[in-house]
Design a protein. Sequence first.
Length: 333
Amino acid sequence: MNTKYPAQSASFFLIAVSTSQNLALCVRHGLAGFLSGDNGAWTYSEIEIGDFVSFLYGARAHNLYRVAGKEAIRSAEKLPPWEPLSFKKGGTEYTFPFRLHLEPIRKFVEPIVRTEFFYVAENLLLRGGYKKTHFQADQTTLQSVSELGTVQIDPVIDLALPTHSAFIPRFTLNPQLISKPEVFRFQEIILQSAIRRHLSLDANLDSLLYKFPSLNIKAESVEVLGEKALTKGHIDLLLKQRTPRGVSLKVPIEVKTKKGTPNDVAQIRSYMDELGVESPVGILIASDFAKRSTGSAKTHGVTLVRYQLKGDLRAALTFEEIHKGLSLEVIGH
C-alpha cells in the first residue's frame, strides 16, 4: 500500500455509494471500493493519496476522510468486505478490486441541499442524478465541510485480509491488450484526469496562464476541477478562482483525445455564453486540430492547446506514466 502524500494541494471528492449495506462497510472499515469496470479504474486513478473524500448516499454526505493509501487487488471476488455485484440477471459480474484506505477526519451526516454542498448539488441537479462514481467539489466546499459535525476520534476497524497480490491498472489503445480489471481502453475521461493532475501542479498551470496575460492571475489563486454540469452540457474541466472576491473567473476546458473541430469550438463558446462575463476565454485541448478550427477559435475567443504523450498507448501505460509523460502546447500564441 502506497502511503506517500503528494506535494500539490489536496482535492475533495464525494464518492457515490450504491447501498446502505455497502456504506456501512465503508464507514466501519475506513475503506472505499470501486467496481472492476471502466468507471472504477478511472475513479481509482483520479483520486490521489492525500485527497479528501466524503461518502454520498441517499442525498446525504457522510463523514470526511483523508485518503491514506491505495490498493488494486487481484482476485477481489475472494476477499471481503464487498460481495461481487451484477446489475441484471445473467449479466457481467463486477468485483471491487480498486480500494482506498481512509483516515477518518470528521463525523457527520448532512443533506447535500445545504449551502455548503451547493457546488456538488448543482452538478447532481443538472445531471438528473448520480450516474457517476465520484464528484469533485471545490476548495470552498472542502473548507465548509471541514467545520461540519465533530472531529472523528473513534478508530475504524481494520479489515484483515488473507495473503493477496496487487496490481497497477493500465490503459491502452490496443484492443488486444485489454484485460479487465488490469488493462482498460484509453478513454477521454482518463485523458481529462491526467490533464487535471498536470495542471494541478503550480509550475504547469503557470506555464499555461502565462499565455493569457489579460487574465492577470497566478496558479496559486485558481484550481482546476473535474466535470462541471451546465444546462448546455458538461464542461470537461473548469478552471476557477479558489476564493473569489467580487467576481469569479471561470475558464471552461474541453478535452478531445483526437482532433478538435469547429463544432467543439462552438460547444465551448456555448459554455462561455452560459457562464457570462466571468468567462472571458475558453480552452480546447486535443491531439491536433481540423483545418477550420483555428479560424473558428479566433472568432469565438477560444484558445487551442495541443497535448502530447511521451508513452506509446499502443502499449499499456499506467496512469502515472500518462500523467508524467503529458505536455501541453498553446497554438497561435
